[in-house]
Design a protein around this ligand. Structure first.
Ligand code: ZN
Length: 107
């Protein structure tokens, strides 16, 4: 049986917890998920050459706020789309990706 979530929970305001059908529980920080965003724009940004040490990135007002997950919904039966408080919502996280991110926690 392929791994699929049986329960999604937001915990302590900065973590997502997913219970998987295999009985595993994994915990993800919002930042980790946001930094791993698989959309084309974010992939391109991550692969961009390192910024000049004489420059600081420009951080928008939304980015300066504490990051939160504002929505998460299934895409077919193979992925989730996650919406973040910085307005970014184009990332489609496959279940396989979600199984690789985060940390397993004891139940
Ligand atoms: Zn993205």
């Amino acid at each position: 049986m392929p791994a699929s979530p049986t329960k999604l929970e937001l915990d302590e305001g900065n973590r997502l917890r997913i219970t998987w059908n295999a009985g595993q529980l994994r915990e993800y920080t919002f930042r980790e998920l946001r930094d791993a965003c698989p959309c084309a724009t974010c992939r391109e940004k991550r692969n961009a050459p390192t910024a000049s040490p004489l420059q600081l990135p420009i951080i928008s007002a939304a980015e300066a706020q504490p990051l939160r997950i504002t929505g998460m919904k299934p895409v077919g039966n193979y992925a989730y789309s996650i919406e973040f408080s910085d307005g970014h919502n184009t990332g489609i996280y496959t279940l396989e990706t979600l199984r690789q991110l985060g940390q397993e926690v004891a139940r």
